[in-house]
Design a protein around this ligand. Structure first.
Ligand code: 7RM
Length: 635
């Protein structure tokens, strides 16, 4: 029992050493003592990063919803599993008990079965942050279907690409969604997407905004009547530990989005164990993660990790600015939130507002504050620490990725002394390494390099849906026998890690990962555009914003430049979504390129960041004259 809950620093080091010296024995003990298995494993771990092939708990059988719901019913049936806090504070919050969650998930599971969904089928979930979203993914897990949640801020094009990539048979959506004082026509977006998706036979529609929508005969049905008619119990499908649980798409630096595949047993063990320790969750605590379930943070730390621990988890439909910038603090006071987990971009936006928004609320329930999604800058860290935590709640700066499934580098609150901007120490079982550009590990402290992980952990993604070669090439070829994260990091004198940011062409805007290539592809489809290049530049709220350099076709384009800028952003909104819009667009006659034709983004980044004093080596440029022209016309 003792290893499940780390209580002091000595214990952390002791358990960490144990987890590294004998990972199999360590994870076996955690898995054995804290979860419900229908059959135990034959082998804890097999791995070969050169293939790459990783299996955890091979031969074991389980259903993750039995672990997240059924096994709590005897002791926590009446306990609140999910608190739903609606967008509009005037609308009453819902408290869904574990009993009620069981009933809802079983009904939904039976509805999916009636629609012909079977074990292994892919189900696309395109829903706002309403209870149906959590219920639907659990229902998929109940019957062994693979959920693929697409964030409900993505455009119809982006949705269609994701539906087709994994051949989803059915889409679960809602009529519309609320975001602050706006409402969005989700069903309209689905209808448009499905023009390109011949494989989708059914669309089930949750009623949320009661807006008028079109229902296509034979394809579309309202969800609620089906749920009402369904039976409230459903025998869980027995899954192998390595059966896929879900697919979640993430942007890469090039090409199409990658459908990261997570499997059942290892993912459950790792998300539950990290949740318990990283948030120091205790029975009767109320935990709130403000992420959307459309991202990995929501999958692992709104749904699976908390529910596997029998926790009470808050699902918030709204935004931090509605009805005013006090909303987060109001919700913390209202539900007496003990652990609060949010993103630096939200903290920065809130820190810009009048302090009264925070001070008007009683935040004394808080015990732990979390940060995730991008590096947290020092100013934001102190604002969070002083004004939200009142210097009493430790901040856990948690570094991890869609690909890692769970938190990888993080302090353990009340255990690890924190330092602003440092994610501090690897979590139990995680073996980080810093690499130089030649591929050698950099040993010792006070060093900086590219962050890799040397040894498998239970919740790592197993493949990219339909493209195992790409999985190998992206993560396991740059550094032999290592998983490469795409991030840079430094290790300080005491061995603490600080993540310095992406070293590839992924740009994190307001915590959303955006690959430059898909945005450039979208821009280049504009009839007036010949070529484009996107870079990030520092932004005081978003962390990074996007700067686009655009070459127009030589057709004597005379249209108003601002109109063109709007059209380009419209183009991006349609192809990807509004999160990928450019803050600045500069029209240029050429882009700095190397002789091999590569755009030198390093130079473009410096120009966009107003840092042109030292552009570094430009001797390999084919067209050095274009650099001065770009500097002279910067926007
Ligand atoms: C959980 C999540 C992954 C990328 C990752 C980093 C960046 C995330 C932190 C961070 C510095 C952090 N998954 N990142 N957390 N950088 N400090 N605490 O965000 O797949 O959407 O993004 O996010 O670059 O590679 S993600």
């Amino acid at each position: 029992m003792s290893n499940y809950h780390i209580k002091h620093l000595e214990e952390y080091f002791q358990v960490y050493r144990k987890s590294v010296r004998n990972p199999e024995a360590f994870w076996e003990e955690i898995a054995e003592e804290h979860f419900l298995w229908r059959k135990k494993w034959d082998k804890v771990l097999s791995w070969d990063f050169s293939k790459p092939e990783v299996t955890w708990f091979e031969g074991a059988q389980l259903n993750i919803t039995e672990n997240c719901i059924d096994r709590h019913l005897a002791t926590r049936g009446e306990k609140t599993a999910i608190i739903f806090e609606p967008n509009n504070p005037e609308e009453e919050a819902q408290h869904i008990s574990y009993y009620q969650l069981h009933d809802k998930v079983c009904r939904m599971a039976n509805v999916l079965k009636e629609k012909g969904i079977q074990k292994g089928d892919r189900v696309c979930v395109y829903l706002p942050m309403i209870p149906e979203l959590a219920v639907t993914i659990l229902a998929c897990a109940r019957i062994g279907a693979i959920h693929s949640v697409v964030f409900a801020g993505f455009s119809s094009n982006a949705l269609a690409t994701r539906i087709n990539d994994s051949d989803c048979k059915i889409v679960i959506t809602s009529d519309g969604s609320y975001r602050g004082n706006k409402s969005i026509d989700l069903k309209g977006i689905v209808d448009k997407a499905l023009e390109e998706c011949p494989g989708v036979a059914h669309v089930l529609v949750a009623k949320r905004t009661k807006s008028t929508i079109e229902m296509k005969n034979g394809r579309d049905e309202w969800l609620q009547p089906l749920l009402d008619a369904a039976y409230g119990d459903c025998v869980p499908e027995i899954m192998d530990a390595e059966d896929p649980l879900f697919i979640l798409y993430t942007s890469g630096s090039t090409g199409r989005p990658k459908g990261m595949v997570h499997t059942t047993g290892g993912y459950m063990v790792y998300t539950a164990y990290t949740f318990k320790n990283v948030f120091q969750y205790r029975e009767n605590d109320v935990y709130w993660c403000t992420a959307d379930i459309g991202w990995i943070t929501g999958h692992s730390y709104i749904v699976y990790g908390p529910l596997a621990n029998g926790a009470t988890t808050v699902m918030f439909e709204g935004v931090p600015s509605y009805p005013d910038f006090g909303r987060f603090w109001e919700v913390i006071e209202k539900h007496k939130v003990n652990q609060f987990y949010t993103a630096p971009t939200a903290i920065r936006a809130l820190a810009k507002q009048n302090l009264e928004f925070v001070e008007n609320h009683d935040l004394s329930s808080l015990k732990v504050l979390g940060s995730v999604g991008e590096p947290i800058n020092e100013e934001a860290w102190h604002w969070y620490n002083n004004n939200v935590g009142k210097k009493k709640s430790p901040i856990v700066d948690t570094w991890w990725q869609t690909e890692t499934g769970g938190i990888m580098i993080t302090p353990i609150p009340y255990v690890t002394p924190t330092t602003p901007t440092y994610a501090t120490l690897p979590f139990i079982g995680i073996q980080p390494a810093l690499m130089d550009e030649e591929g050698h590990e950099i040993m010792g402290n006070q060093v900086e390099g590219r962050l890799c992980i040397k040894f498998p952990w239970p919740s790592m993604a197993r493949t990219i849906w339909g493209d195992h070669d790409r999985y190998r090439d992206t993560y396991f070829t740059a550094y032999k026998n290592n998983y490469f994260t795409g991030d840079g990091a430094l290790r300080d004198a005491v061995g603490y890690y600080r993540i310095t940011g992406r070293v590839d062409d992924v740009i994190i805007v307001s915590g959303h990962n955006l690959g430059t290539a898909p945005i450039e592809d979208a821009i280049n489809e504009h009839p007036a555009v010949a070529e484009s290049a996107i870079v990030g530049f520092p932004h005081d709220v978003k962390g990074n914003a996007l700067y686009g350099y655009v070459i127009l076709k030589e057709t004597g384009e005379t249209r108003d430049r601002d109109n063109l800028r709007n059209e380009i952003n419209q183009q991006i909104t349609e192809h990807i979504g509004p999160i990928a819009k450019l803050d600045k667009i500069q029209f240029v006659s050429g882009l700095p390129k190397t002789r091999s034709g590569k755009i030198m983004r390093r130079i473009l980044r410096k120009i966009a960041s107003n840092d042109v004093s030292n552009l570094g080596d430009t001797s390999t440029l084919l067209n050095p004259e274009v650099v001065q022209e770009i500097i002279d016309n910067v926007v």
